[in-house]
Ligand binder design. Structure first.
Ligand code: GLY
Ligand code: MN
Ligand code: MN
Length: 435
């Protein structure tokens, strides 16, 4: 992302909150894994969205129309001794030079400067309720300002969740964000394709996971957007199966739900394919049903249609299919109303996608499902998970199938960002046959 992109984002936020307001936000902190070891650091998505600043423990303030500048960053100071161990720090000077801060201070000045920045503003935006520590810290600054009331200073009286404004902004992707999401999708699609090519009985789920990560890393995306799900056979019915610890068995399917993170943006793709390269007739029957549900859902992805429409279209196809398979009986409309499909399809048909794999943004506004708009990106991911119980005909027991694509709403309709990896069963078999 260019400095101009970050500046546009901050300006939009400043305009949305107005000159009576101030917005403040902490960066993520490092988390200890064990003794001297930390989990790999991942910047808070909101913080990254507004600043691109990659270091832990920083804070930012956006103070619209403030004379000394609107964008203030607090960060760790330069420290040659620490930098010898952990690598270069940006420091307040770098925050100004490289990240466009109007002013920047070392973190040691946070408690002194923050009350000055919120003073005189009637509304304070911050991530309310994210943690008790954060609430206490922010209220401490508010109290400091209040304590000076007799000298004429006024403290914010209205506290608003920053996400209520910022997440609306993040929901609509800019051209630069769409370009990154497309690249992330292409990269993950390529890795999925490689997995189809090399899959065979006797490999392990763990090897597939390793191959996926390796292919993404080699192509320039060393981080994944979420733990890969490599679920052979009945393990595909466990929605978030991340143990990936079993062998892939001849004659079974494998469900691969995996996506890289690229420049802070997530990809999220699922394909389900036969471990030996050929769908059995029963596997193909269920697969085609899920594919039909996905196509019905995708047909609803158009500007002006509502968020729930793809889900409802998928439910219709899946419920009718469950009747045809002899798993449900009754009238489709009533079965949908009664949620009779739930034991076999227990998740929704998609979620917003962006910096977070389950991205921010409301699904309902003013009591209604929200309308789709160009620039929104989400997944369309119907599935069927047939448990190993009496309710399911024997042939179908333990079959779990999900087909998940990344979709961008466009002026004309939609664009599938993850289309480079096949999902037509014949096309999958052709790819697997060629190896
Ligand atoms: N991979 C997580 C999801 O599909 O929602
Ligand atoms: Mn998903
Ligand atoms: Mn997924």
């Amino acid at each position: 992302m260019t400095p101009a992109e970050y500046q546009r984002r901050r300006r939009r936020l400043a305009k949305a909150i107005g000159a009576e307001s101030v917005a403040i936000l902490p960066a993520a902190s490092e988390v200890v894994r064990n003794r001297d070891v930390h989990y790999p650091f991942r910047q808070d998505s909101d913080f990254s969205y507004l600043s691109g600043f990659p270091e832990p423990d920083a804070w930012l303030a956006i103070v619209p129309k403030r004379k000394g500048g609107e964008f203030i960053l607090f960060c760790r100071p330069r420290d040659p001794e620490r930098e010898q161990w952990d690598g270069a720090r940006i420091g307040p000077e770098g925050a100004i030079e490289q990240f466009g801060a109007d002013q920047a201070y070392p973190l040691s000045e946070l408690d002194q400067q923050m009350p000055r920045l919120i003073e005189g503003r009637s509304q304070l935006y911050y991530p309310i309720g994210r943690s008790a520590d954060l609430d206490n810290r922010v209220m401490g600054w508010v109290h400091q300002v209040r304590a000076k009331a007799r000298s004429g200073s006024s403290a914010p009286e209205v506290f608003i969740n920053l996400g209520s404004v910022l997440h609306e902004q993040r929901l609509r992707k800019s051209p630069a964000e769409i370009a990154v999401l497309k690249r992330a999708a292409r990269l993950s699609a390529q890795a999925h394709l490689e997995l189809m090519r090399l899959c065979r009985p006797g490999l392990t789920e763990w090897q597939l996971a390793a191959e996926f990560r390796y292919r993404c890393a080699l192509a320039g995306a060393p981080e994944l957007a979420y733990p890969s799900i490599m679920a052979g056979g009945p393990r595909a019915c466990i929605l978030h199966y991340i143990a990936n610890s079993a062998e892939l068995v001849d004659g079974e399917l494998v469900l691969v739900d995996a996506g890289c993170e690229l420049a802070g943006y997530a990809s999220d793709i699922t394909r389900t394919f036969p471990i030996n390269g050929r769908f059995s007739p029963t596997q193909r029957r269920i697969y085609e049903l899920v594919l039909k549900a996905q196509q019905a859902a995708l047909a609803c992805v158009q500007p002006g249609r509502r968020w729930n429409e793809p889900h409802e279209a998928a439910l219709k196809v899946l419920t009718k299919g469950l009747i045809e398979l002899g798993i449900l009986s009754g009238e489709p409309k009533q079965l949908i109303k009664d949620e009779a499909y739930k034991p076999y399809y227990m998740h929704r048909t998609g979620h917003w996608l962006g910096m977070d794999v389950h991205d921010v943004g409301d699904y309902r506004r003013d009591g209604e499902w929200r309308k789709l708009e160009p620039g929104m990106v989400f997944t369309v991911e119907p599935g069927l998970y047939l448990p190993q119980t009496e309710a399911v005909p024997e042939d179908y027991r333990g079959v779990g199938i999900r087909i998940e694509d990344m979709v961008l709403v466009t002026e004309e309709g939609h664009e599938i960002l993850s289309g480079a990896v096949p999902k037509d069963p014949d096309a999958i078999e052709r790819v697997m046959e060629r190896g």
